[in-house]
Design a protein around this ligand. Structure first.
Ligand SMILES: Nc1nc2c(ncn2[C@@H]2O[C@H](COP(=O)(O)OP(=O)(O)O)[C@@H](O)[C@H]2O)c(=O)[nH]1
Ligand SMILES: [Mg+2]
Length: 317
């Protein structure tokens, strides 16, 4: 597809929308978008917001949008929800949650859904962010659900990662272990208008204290908020500003830029190789070898060998 580069650089909504749709829907993602936008990338501050469904991520993002809109910053939100079908409730819910910002020209909210089992969601989310970056948005927020691999990938594509929990998340916190711990720059205990916020706060604090981060590294912060009552939001936005400053001072913003490009290159190679690999012929071969009747008759390793051969042939017993 030919993207309307000038339209994107001029931040024309139609040009942005079209490029986003392309990124979301194409079967053959390539580096064309990246290359076209490349000279215009690297300005935006990218924030990842992750956590369980219903924790109040969208409600918090709504508050964060208001904060930056008051400073005349332009902000884009990319909602990535692998659990929700294309016309899912989450997206409609976000329209309600962030509804007052939809008409604002300085705000662009976009939901990205997975189509079936389609890979490369993190890649697509990153391409989408690049489009917003080139279009001159100052801040880009990724909202993602849960803690699966996609979310971890998306978080890696962010400069700052918020993990949003609620006072009742006790079990989640226990189960969180390495994954989330590693990616969180800020832990948010949202819905702190409810019981148990202080306990959850203490629980996370003590987990963090056990970790002994290296000297000079950013020590993750824990912040209590209520998106509902508009409480703790300034503490949260102050922490974001502080973290961004930390990233700048330590040259991490630039490192992140490099990491994102590296991730793209690798992901494209993987998508491409897989796409090429799974020819009609190989799919058929696998189907035939794996019927309920035949599965007991052929060694699985032989099937793999046959598939990996240049010219796939039916595996022999
Ligand atoms: N009590 C309370 N409810 C909240 C708070 N923030 C969000 N909610 C509610 O929690 C529900 C889920 O919020 P949402 O922002 O859609 O969560 P998400 O799935 O994480 O994006 C909605 O009904 C919100 O109104 C809060 O701070 N306190
Ligand atoms: Mg949401």
């Amino acid at each position: 597809m030919k993207i309307d580069l000038n339209g994107i650089l001029d931040s024309k909504r139609l040009a942005i929308s079209r490029a986003l749709s392309f990124v979301e829907n194409t079967d053959n993602l390539d580096m064309a978008i990246t290359d076209a936008l490349f000279q215009h990338l690297g300005r935006a501050y990218r924030i990842g917001v992750t956590g369980p469904p219903g924790a109040g991520k969208s409600s918090l993002v709504d508050r964060i949008i208001s904060y930056w809109r008051n400073q005349d910053k332009r902000i884009a939100v990319i909602s990535v929800d692998p659990t929700s079908p294309f016309t899912g409730g989450a997206i409609l819910g976000d329209r309600v949650r962030m509804g007052r910002h939809y008409a604002d020209k300085g705000v662009f909210i976009r939901s990205m859904a997975t189509r079936g089992n389609h890979g490369g969601l993190a890649l697509r989310a990153q391409d989408a962010a690049d489009i917003f970056d080139a279009a001159g948005f100052d801040i880009i927020v990724y909202e993602t659900v849960g803690v699966g691999q996609v979310e971890l990938d998306v978080a890696k594509a962010a400069d700052t990662t918020l993990v949003v929990l609620v006072p009742e998340s006790g079990d989640d916190i226990q189960a969180m272990k390495a994954g989330l711990m590693e990616i969180a720059d800020l832990f948010i205990i949202n819905k702190s208008d409810r019981q148990g916020a202080n306990q959850a706060f203490a629980q996370i604090q003590s987990m963090l204290e056990m970790r002994h981060p290296e000297k000079g590294l950013w020590p993750p912060q824990v912040i209590k908020t209520s998106a509902l009552k508009d409480e703790g939001i300034t503490t949260l936005t102050d922490a974001l500003v502080e973290h961004r400053q930390y990233l700048n001072e330590h040259g991490i913003i630039r490192q992140n830029f490099r990491d994102r490009i590296l991730f793209k290159i690798k992901s494209h190679i993987e998508e491409n190789v897989l796409h090429t690999f799974w020819s009609e012929e190989r799919r058929k071969l696998l189907d035939q070898a794996m019927t309920t009747d035949s599965v007991k008759n052929i060694l699985p390793g032989k099937i793999v060998d046959s598939l990996l051969k240049d010219e796939a042939k039916s595996p022999q017993v």
